[in-house]
Write a protein that binds this ligand. Structure first.
Ligand code: NAP
Length: 403
């Protein structure tokens, strides 16, 4: 696809004078350069220039092939990048971590252009002078938060990426390793000193984090009681989670039934449940917290229902409940590069040993032959569906180079 065509399509779609300016600045071309007929290989990113409903503000944006990397930087081809719930919150402008504008795409200061996506898997394609420890063909994941991974290629600093082994890891596992399995692993280790045979409860158990919790817990010999929303094919979802290692899978409707407390006592043999993990909030989390034993810990890391969490005072007085919040970004910010690498190694070992699968996922490919207008429509439809919930699978984006 020609550069002129790429920019013209993006401009037709956006109808924004500043982007016309941005395209010209990026390509360092005069305005009449759009009449060129030369065909250049190019790239594409999913971008936005204002916060708002992702189904309204996201667009596909084509840009030329990357120039050779400047010294001490490298170019990577992004292979897969997930759409996580927090990515949509970032675009909405309601998430505390804010991305920086991508200055290589938009050099107009008053009209920043942001690339969506926080994590993803890249393959090193060109190494700049002075870069050590990385080679062409290596797989890397992002160590920098809000890296703008919904793109076909990027120029990055070596400190923004961490090398991951290719052997024994699928692209989907590597592309999703830095957020959800890391969160699951740390929450299982940082709050309660669990030993084999201990019990955990969690909600949102079919989420990517929930699936990782189930598998890591099973690998450690912890027992899990997992809560999910009811649905038409609930039995097949229960079976799937059990196949990952869930001890019991229960719907929130079943949780609302008083008889569940007795069932839980039978399952645990009266042993107190030590840890609760909450990514939902609202009334069902109150009910889940009531199942916890003495001196338990309740860790909240998400609020998918958008409802506040309310807990009976008696849980604090008589059961000595301790509540925590967990944010993986805060964990990363407080750790050295060696500690981050150690966590990645622990997770990749679990993956290579077949104890931690990637999330149940679907890959959405934005094809190189698609127009920006079509690609924009595809991504907007998708995020609208994700916003309505009950999608059931993690979506991983594969954005091909434009041809
Ligand atoms: N604090 C951190 O560091 C951290 C790190 C990673 C993730 N998170 C949070 O963890 C949560 C899960 O993330 P993920 O990437 O694993 O998600 P995911 O795979 O996209 O799954 C989303 C989950 O949320 C559930 N859900 C959606 N709307 C809901 C509602 N109204 N009521 C109850 N459940 C609802 C879904 O259930 P259905 O299948 O029934 O729709 C599904 O289980 C998100 O809130 C995310 O922001 C936090």
């Amino acid at each position: 696809m020609s550069l002129a065509h790429s920019c013209a399509r993006a401009l037709a779609h956006w109808q924004r004078p500043q982007l016309q300016h941005a395209c010209r600045l990026q390509n360092n071309l005069p305005s009449n350069a759009f009449s060129t007929s030369s065909v250049l290989p190019g790239n594409r990113a999913i971008v936005y220039n204002t916060n708002g409903d992702p189904a309204r503000v996201l667009s596909a944006f084509s840009f030329p092939d990357l120039p050779p990397p400047p010294p001490n930087t490298l170019n990577i081809r992004l292979l897969l990048a997930p759409i996580n719930p927090a990515d949509l919150n970032v675009i909405e402008g309601v998430y505390p971590a804010k991305p920086e504008p991508d200055t290589s795409l938009s050099q107009v200061k008053d009209h920043p252009l942001f690339v969506g996506g926080n994590e993803g898997l890249g393959r090193v394609i060109h190494i700049g002078e002075g870069v050590v420890g990385l080679q062409k063909g290596d797989w890397v994941v992002m160590s920098k938060a809000q890296s703008g991974t919904w793109s076909s290629a990027k120029n990055v600093s070596p400190s923004d990426v961490i090398k991951v082994p290719k052997q024994g890891l699928s692209e989907a596992q590597a592309a999703t390793i830095t957020v959800n399995p890391s969160t699951a692993y740390n929450m299982l280790h940082d709050f309660a000193q669990l030993v084999e045979g201990d019990w955990i409860v969690q909600n949102g158990a079919n989420s990517a984090v929930g699936q990782a919790v189930i598998q890591i817990a099973a690998a450690k010999g912890y027992k899990t009681i997992n809560f999910i929303r009811d649905r038409e094919d609930v039995e097949s979802l229960k079976k799937h989670l059990e196949s990952l290692g869930a001890t019991h899978v229960v719907t929130y409707d079943e949780l609302s039934d008083k008889s569940l407390r007795e069932k839980v006592k039978t399952w645990t043999g009266g042993k107190g449940i030590r840890l609760g993990l909450n990514c939902v909030g609202g009334k069902t989390t109150t009910l889940m917290a009531r199942l916890l034993g003495n001196n338990a810990h309740l860790v909240s890391y998400g609020a998918m229902s958008k409802e506040p969490l309310s807990l009976p005072t008696s849980l604090f007085i008589f059961k000595n409940l301790t509540c925590h919040g967990f944010w993986q970004t805060r964990w990363y910010n407080g750790k050295s590069i060696e500690e981050r690498q150690e966590l990645l190694e622990t997770l990749t070992t679990l993956m290579r040993d077949g104890k931690l699968q990637g999330p149940d996922h679907e890959i959405l490919t934005i094809g190189g032959m698609d127009s920006d207008a079509n690609a924009s429509e595809t991504i907007r439809d998708l995020v609208a569906r994700l916003g309505r919930g009950m999608y059931g699978k993690k979506i991983l984006l594969r954005i091909e180079e434009t041809a």
